[in-house]
Design a protein around this ligand. Sequence first.
Ligand SMILES: [Zn+2]
Length: 126
Amino acid sequence: MFNKKSPLYSILNNKCPSCHEGNFFVTSNHYDLKKFGALNDRCPVCNEDFRREPGYYYGATYVSYGLTVLFGISLFLLLCVVFSLDTVPFIITLSVFLVALLPIFFRFSRIIWIHMFVKYKEFKKN
Ligand SMILES: [Zn+2]
């Protein structure tokens, strides 16, 4: 769907920001609740360091906040404006979705955060 060199390809497939081939997370299952947030220490393909420095991923909370607000506004427009739903059912629906989508927002925020600082480098296999 996307060019393999595109950051969007790498983000949607949870791949390394540097080579777009190695897996960023230990597991590819968003809902493996024991390991959904576990990162590989280094890229298994290009050896890019994913653990950069202590506290590096605190900045991902800002990305997570942005994703959550964007999702909330989109859901509000869909339910309250298009389907004329009241506020209370909207808040209940939003709460259920936010809990259900928490692992996905968590992972996307981390991988978007690292993509802001690590650029794609063509990796040549020997
Ligand atoms: Zn890599």
